[in-house]
Design a protein around this ligand. Sequence first.
Ligand SMILES: NC(=O)c1ccc[n+]([C@@H]2O[C@H](COP(=O)([O-])OP(=O)(O)OC[C@H]3O[C@@H](n4cnc5c(N)ncnc54)[C@H](OP(=O)(O)O)[C@@H]3O)[C@@H](O)[C@H]2O)c1
Length: 274
Amino acid sequence: MTTKTVFITGTSSGLGKLTAIRFAQMGWNVAATMRTPEKETELTSYDNIRIFKLDVTDVEQVRSAVEQAIASFGRIDVVVNNAGMGTYGPLELARESDIDWQFAVNTRGPINVIRKFLPHFRANNGGMFINISSFMGITTAVPLGSLYNMSKFALEGLTEGLYYELKPFNIELRLIEQGGSAGNKFKESIVWNRDEHIRDYDDMIGKLEQVMNTAGDSGQLDDPQTIVDAIVAQATGESSKFRTVVGAAGNGLMALRNALPIEEYLEKMAENYK
Ligand SMILES: NC(=O)c1ccc[n+]([C@@H]2O[C@H](COP(=O)([O-])OP(=O)(O)OC[C@H]3O[C@@H](n4cnc5c(N)ncnc54)[C@H](OP(=O)(O)O)[C@@H]3O)[C@@H](O)[C@H]2O)c1
């Protein structure tokens, strides 16, 4: 059997790094991409992982990383669009640059990567894009996360929309909606929009911070390996679900969202932040 190859964005930490290691341990070749390869010390110890420099917002770097990975491995079978970040805070306080950056990383980034892989996948008559979304990409649940919601809802729309366009070429699309996962630096990388200060939002910010800080203690965070399991299940064909919601928190919210009229759902969620 020929060895398969996966290309992953954002492998310097968290889910991306764990996913790279899992595929390598399974015997796959891994094109692990990150913004700062010079700092990497862990992935370098695997013979079947090759590291490429990639900031997903830089179209020229995307072109170069995709070309190098294809030249290096000959063929890429699966692309995991994992790189992402979160901008939180009152919309009216967001810096213009933060708004653009949220979209640039979480939405435009996957677009850049997908576009550069399409000629290769069409030539191979197949391939798979696994886009890492969030339950925040299919429902809302907290205040002050509208920009993050926007970026992941857009990623979901992009992925669904592409289904029709790529089906004739045997190119598959998957979405993984994770909740919060333990052991990553996502929380630390959140950009809070609070260079300025508006007192009206203080209570809401305090409550959201409390929810984020206690999520780990109250068992609401998922074991990141369960998210890796979901990615692997799609890549290996063990599952062919278009959308996989991982974890109790995300699945609980989705059950509620599907059961209630949207007006009731929104009111119920807002109750938590009164
Ligand atoms: N953790 C959660 O609670 C959670 C919940 C739902 C969804 N997600 C999604 O899961 C995915 C993985 O996040 P994580 O939980 O593993 O968090 P993480 O540990 O913060 O990892 C994010 C990765 O994305 C990379 N990245 C950020 N901006 C980039 C850019 N412009 N170009 C290339 N790489 C970039 C980071 O690299 P640097 O080291 O260079 O910054 C890092 O490797 C993201 O798409 C995130 O939105 C996370």
